[in-house]
Design a protein around this ligand. Structure first.
Ligand code: HEC
Length: 241
């Protein structure tokens, strides 16, 4: 009988019992210093019983420049990234829920709300990851695509007016997908060959104009270049200089 009592006591005092529901979070100093995390984290823990320890990377989750946009301060967008797991998932869900958003919006410095949980994703602010060589991409764009498209100011006078400018294309949210697949999109398929990807033009349908030939690496470079250009301001006349 005595033995059983001792075993029970041990179990209850084993620290491991209380440690299950927790994860580590890496966050830039400023979020700690301005008191935001002190405002945010305890409110989440109270609701869920999940404890968050702020720790430098590598951590289970992070606030920073990568991941899903979760709140915004003027033009600066804060992102959240995480490893998979029930506790980090729960935090992400909470952050993006109405309650989480109200909690973010409720944080004030000197009486003023600092972070806006309704992130306005603006093509000009969100940089996309591309791994091509942007300088090479500009050269290829000018020589190969510049026959029709305004690529930059350098060929503004030589392009064909009916082709959208690269700056205009860059302003579309799915610009990257369009550039990665441009050779199957109209009108390019009829005159474009991508090494090792496209079939040769059929004999009875030769390219109607001087054909374009590019490699996949060159398309990557073009995408990297397009990523670096300023999207056209759709509110302004497209023909303005
Ligand atoms: C012979 C002229 C010509 C050349 C050369 C050309 N394009 Fe185009 N491109 C066009 C035209 C015209 C359109 C508009 C098609 C439309 O609106 O349906 C277009 C549209 C596009 C689009 C948008 C397609 C869509 O459906 O969203 C992309 C992306 C694009 N071009 C990329 C390129 C790239 C990259 C190159 C060079 C490697 C290139 N183009 C070369 C004429 C050309």
């Amino acid at each position: 009988m005595r033995n059983i009592v001792i075993v029970t006591t041990c179990l209850l005092t084993t620290p491991a019992l209380g440690q299950g529901k927790s994860f580590t979070l890496d966050a830039p100093e400023v979020l700690v210093e301005n008191g935001f995390l002190k405002h945010l984290l305890p409110r989440f823990s109270l609701k869920t019983g999940i404890r968050i320890t702020v720790e430098a990377a590598p951590a289970d989750a992070a606030f920073g420049a990568e991941g899903t946009p979760v709140f915004q301060e003027d033009d600066r967008v804060w992102h959240f990234s995480k490893t998979d797991g029930p506790h980090t998932d729960a935090f992400f869900e909470w952050l993006t829920s109405d309650v989480g958003k109200r909690t973010i919006a409720g944080f004030k410095v000197d009486g003023l709300a600092l972070y806006d949980p309704d992130v306005r994703i603006d093509a000009a602010v969100v940089a996309t990851e591309t791994d091509g060589d942007a300088a090479l991409g500009e050269d290829i764009s000018l020589t190969v695509c510049g026959r029709c498209h305004v690529v930059s100011d350098k060929n503004r006078m030589n392009a064909i007016g009916s082709s959208p400018s690269f700056a205009l294309l860059r302003s579309f949210p799915d610009w990257l997908e369009r550039f990665e697949t441009f050779y199957v999109l109209k009108p390019h398929a009829a005159f474009t060959q991508v090494n090792d990807v496209t079939e040769p033009f059929p004999d009875h349908l030769p390219s109607p104009i001087a054909p374009i030939e590019v490699t996949l690496e060159q398309i990557d470079a073009i995408a990297a270049y397009v990523n670096s250009i300023k999207p056209a301001d759709l509110g302004a006349p497209l023909t303005s200089n």
